[in-house]
Design a protein around this ligand. Structure first.
Ligand code: DQA
Length: 143
């Protein structure tokens, strides 16, 4: 199985940004944890982070026919990006959406997610473990 893990804007600043919300572990720790998990499960994984909406759209388009599943934390684009939603709908790759924080318990503008309109599952508020749960879900549900 081949998985693509996409992290959106400002997630590269984990460990620096709003530690009270996102914790003190940095982005490298997140990457290491995902790589270790995929190694253990025998999953081939590519990790991708961008602060740019169009670059994320390009990456999703390029995933067509290449990846079996996508784990995506679209970060702020969760709440704004019809383009990322449309890209996911276009390639039709099974997708799990992850948020480190519980977006349902934060500001009003974070409560709506465009990506949720396509994602098979959304995991929010479980910290870094949410990515592990997303990988497990895809492993168990991709035929
Ligand atoms: C986030 C939640 C978003 O609202 C926010 O813009 C982020 C991170 C999370 O992982 O909790 O950048 O996706």
């Amino acid at each position: 199985m081949k998985l693509l893990v996409i992290n959106g804007p400002n997630l590269n600043l984990l460990g620096v940004r709003e530690k009270n919300i996102y914790g003190s572990q940095n982005f490298d720790a997140l990457i290491d944890m995902i790589k270790r998990k995929c190694d253990e499960e025998g999953i081939e994984v590519e990790l991708f982070q961008s602060n740019h909406e169009g670059v994320i759209v390009d990456k999703i388009q390029q995933a067509y026919g290449v990846f079996d599943g996508i784990v995506i934390n679209p970060a702020a684009y969760t709440h704004t990006s019809v383009a990322i939603l449309d890209a996911l709908k276009a390639v039709m790759i099974p997708t799990v959406e992850v948020h480190i924080s519980d977006i349902s318990q934060r500001e009003e503008f974070r409560k709506f997610s465009y990506v949720s309109l396509y994602a098979s599952k959304t995991i929010a508020g479980h910290g870094f473990d949410g990515y592990i749960e997303a990988i497990d879900w895809l492993k168990n549900n991709i035929k």
